[in-house]
Design a protein around this ligand. Structure first.
Ligand SMILES: Nc1ncnc2c1ncn2[C@@H]1O[C@H](COP(=O)(O)OP(=O)(O)OP(=O)(O)O)[C@@H](O)[C@H]1O
Length: 684
């Protein structure tokens, strides 16, 4: 079924760094010269059944022997693009930019479609970038996803036979007369297997490998040239092109797409209301993919979704939750979630299609992103600055001193002076604001981030068309809070500690905020939180929390008991014959810490799955720990000290000035003692 490639392009081969020449031709020559030094393997041909993977050097080598072909392609791209740019310029000088915007948008779609699959893919990528492209253009570019001319059935059937080793009618009992969709890289037929299952059959376009390799070679050469000659360009254009190109090459391997679909199903298929079609491997090859047919409505077709009685907003939320798990939990993410790839099924599920373009977020990037969200929400801009270094937007030697106030300024202004509410942050304004800071300071946008941005921007785009007030970040924070409270990865433990403690004091509000947010996240396992909290508190790293908690508990219990004590001591005083006026009933200020603990208890009680008895089985285990015993001793001795001091004051020292009130165990230990000279104060 599968043909072994005669030329295997290894993605691991070394790449050429941007050379310092001035012209495109010179760049191209240097690129090839370098390639010849680095790479000893020469590629003889790039055809649909001989390619595999993306290797810019091997591709450059291959085209170095065909300068006319490269030049011809360059001209055929250059002329229409310059023509289009001229049109825009004319509109500008004749003041018709606004009037002609619609016309130009249609032109650019036609132009990219004519230029072929690589440019259609670039257009699709741009269609999800409202930060770079004006709204009218976005709408037209979005149509690139659906309206691409089909190729003939004969070619498609020939590919099926070549790939699957049998005639289409022997494999499929039915196959639609025409493709139901023609996309940039292939077209899709609806079919039925002889065993009765309905299937989607995706067949690749002819001549794809050569045309895409050539176009990417031209674009990469231009990127190297632009990067070298325009110092203002700070993003690494070449690596962005490489990242994108690697994805396109992967997308051209339908067996890879099948494997991706299965991995996606394994990781996310069990999530509530997510559906992933299964793959029929016996009818799948590198250029033909047979998978389960999904009956559904495109999520963007709001009227049709509503007509089926489905709630589009809910399905968008399902999509956001799935994206969060993709980006922040497993790192394996759908890098092409354009609206056509998300279907609402009649039973109310969100089905994902098209697993050709998947990407990977590495663990340190995932943790970095979680931390960045936490720092952003808590307006901790020092932390956010450090996150940018961790996430490779800034090099470690960057001076963060001027960047932190700039971050603080833009985010505070997008949040508003008084709001601390995450629900007020919208992803688009955050990224818009960030773009400004990135432009001003030496930021470099890493290639993986461009794909993440695209993936989230697409979802927010769909979400906003469903509900204009939808905020991706607001939906994301409960999940982030859940991760912080339940993930044992050392990086996240550290961010939790950093979040909850500042200059040695515990920030109860933040804990309350986290617990409150986490409880609205699905899959929030409170039991796990309690287990981990106890483990952490009783570990070496939790010493400082134990000490702090002991102080809080002592103070709280002491305050709680003081009113009772007052009446008891009053009785004792009377009993031993001390004459005292009836004590004024003074409202004792309640401990802040205990108030917070009470509130937290309230939050826990309102959390799904909360059961106070679930702590019971943990008690023997806790009591066995030596840390618990010393914790108990600390509380007991703290309380004893306080009670004793209070008793002396209440019973014997009626006129002890309130300035030496026994408010905290530390001040007791350190308080100067002379005023406590008993004889001078005892009234008999
Ligand atoms: N399993 C399926 N069930 C139903 N329809 C499907 C299925 N797979 C694909 N389609 C239809 O075919 C269209 C194109 O499929 P797909 O997105 O996988 O192709 P593609 O070549 O990867 O497209 P693109 O260039 O947009 O990435 C989908 O938008 C959808 O309408």
């Amino acid at each position: 079924m599968n043909t072994t490639p005669s030329n295997q392009f290894s993605p691991e081969m070394n790449r050429v760094d941007a050379p310092s020449s001035q012209s495109v031709a010179a760049v191209s020559t240097e690129l090839v010269a370098d390639a010849e030094v680095v790479n000893s393997r020469r590629v003889k041909e790039i055809t649909d059944d001989t390619w595999l993977g993306y290797d810019p050097i091997a591709i450059a080598q291959y085209y170095s022997s065909q300068p006319l072909k490269v030049f011809g392609r360059f001209i055929s791209i250059f002329i229409p693009i310059v023509n289009f740019a001229l049109g825009l310029w004319l509109d500008k000088i004749t003041n018709k930019s606004k009037a002609n915007l619609g016309k130009r948008a249609i032109q650019i779609r036609g132009l990219l479609t004519k230029l072929g699959p690589a440019y259609i893919k670039i257009g699709q990528a741009l269609s999800t970038r409202p930060d770079l492209v004006p709204p009218q253009f976005l709408e037209e570019l979005a149509q690139l996803q659906d309206n691409i001319p089909a190729f003939s059935n004969e070619i498609a059937y020939q590919f099926i036979e070549e790939e699957l080793g049998d005639r289409p009618e022997a494999i499929y009992a039915e196959i639609s007369d025409l493709p139901i969709a023609a996309a940039s890289l292939g077209q899709v037929y609806k079919g039925k297997l002889w065993s009765g299952e309905e299937v989607a059959i995706k067949v690749q376009r002819p001549g794809l490998a050569d045309s895409i390799a050539l176009d990417l070679h031209v674009v990469r050469t231009l990127a190297i040239w632009a990067q070298t000659n325009f110092k203002q360009i700070r993003s690494n254009l070449v690596s962005i092109v490489d990242e994108f190109a690697e994805r396109i090459f992967e997308e051209m391997d339908y067996e890879n797409e099948g494997r991706n679909a299965e991995r996606f199903a394994e990781l996310y298929g069990s999530m509530q209301d997510i559906y992933v079609p299964s793959i029929y491997w016996q009818y799948t090859g590198r250029r033909v993919l047979t998978m389960e047919w999904i009956t559904g409505t495109k999520l963007t077709n709001l009227e049709a979704v509503a007509a089926q009685g489905l709630d589009a907003t809910y399905l968008v939320e399902v999509g956001v939750q799935c994206s969060l798990r993709q980006l922040l939990e497993h790192g394996f993410f759908h890098a092409d979630p354009h609206p056509g790839n998300l279907l609402a099924t009649p039973d109310g599920k969100l089905a994902y299609l098209d697993f050709g373009m998947m990407s990977q977020v590495k663990p340190y990037q995932r943790y970095g992103l979680v931390e960045a969200i936490v720092h952003l929400v808590n307006r901790d801009f020092d932390g956010l600055g450090r996150d940018f270094v961790k996430l490779e937007f800034l090099t470690p030697d960057t001076d963060l001193t001027p960047i932190i106030p700039a971050l603080s300024y833009v985010f505070n202004s997008s949040l508003g002076a008084t709001s601390t509410n995450i629900a007020d942050l919208d992803f688009k304004s955050v990224t818009d604001q960030l773009s400004g800071v990135m432009y001003e300071f030496p930021f470099q946008v890493p290639a993986y981030y461009a794909l993440i941005l695209r993936s989230l921007a697409t979802l927010e785009g769909i979400a906003i068309s469903v509900d204009p007030n939808f905020k991706v970040l607001a939906k994301a924070y409960p999940y982030v809070a859940k991760r912080l409270l339940t993930d044992t990865a050392p990086d996240l433990r550290n961010s939790l500690k950093e979040l909850l403690f500042k200059d040695g004091s515990f920030r109860w509000n933040r804990l309350e905020n986290l617990l409150n947010n986490a409880r609205s996240s699905d899959e929030y396992d409170l039991n796990q939180v309690i287990d981990q909290t106890l483990d952490f508190i009783l570990s070496d790293r939790g010493t400082f929390i134990r000490e702090y908690l002991a102080d809080e508990i002592v103070r709280g219990l002491d305050n709680f008991g003081s009113n009772t004590l007052q009446s008891v001591t009053h009785a004792i005083q009377k009993g031993i014959g001390i004459k005292v006026p009836t004590p004024p009933v003074t409202a004792q200020p309640q401990s802040n810490g205990l108030e917070h603990i009470q509130r937290i208890w309230g939050i826990l009680q309102q959390t799904k799955g909360f059961d106070p008895t679930m702590v019971l089985p943990k008690i023997p285990q806790i009591l066995m720990k030596s840390e618990t015993q010393s914790f108990g001793q600390k509380i007991a001795s703290g309380l004893t000290q306080r009670m004793a001091a209070r008793l002396i004051r209440e019973v014997l020292l009626q006129d002890v000035p309130s300035g030496i009130a026994v408010n905290d165990s530390l001040s007791e230990r350190r308080a100067p003692q002379p005023q406590l000279a008993l004889p001078t104060r005892v009234r008999r």
